[in-house]
Design a protein around this ligand. Structure first.
Ligand SMILES: [Zn+2]
Length: 99
């Protein structure tokens, strides 16, 4: 069982992505976003350091799905990624596959 909220990097499809966490209010220009991915920098940015860790973990999964969608050319839209991340996260959590 892994605690996603303490990860500093994660491997996705053979590439290592750095995970950076920011306080929500320090990113005024992205204040509506809970997370984002820089594909060129291989970096996942979580903008919600001040929200509960469960919310952060789901955001991390959401950003991972953006990477998978791009790398595998699935072309998922935001709504599909939202629904998938909620579904997969609930299975991981309810079966205690993640903390
Ligand atoms: Zn998104």
């Amino acid at each position: 069982m892994k605690d996603l909220s303490s990860l500093s990097e994660i491997r996705v499809l053979g590439k290592t992505y750095t995970i950076k966490r920011f306080d929500f209010d320090k990113l005024v220009q992205h204040s509506e976003l809970l997370g984002s991915v820089s594909h060129s920098k291989q970096e996942i940015q979580l903008h919600n350091n001040d929200v509960c860790s469960e919310n952060q973990e789901e955001t991390l999964l959401h950003e991972i799905l953006h990477i998978i969608s791009r790398e595998l050319k699935l072309e998922f839209n935001e709504d599909t990624i939202n629904r998938l991340s909620i579904g997969i996260f609930s299975v991981l959590k309810d079966n205690e596959l993640i903390k």
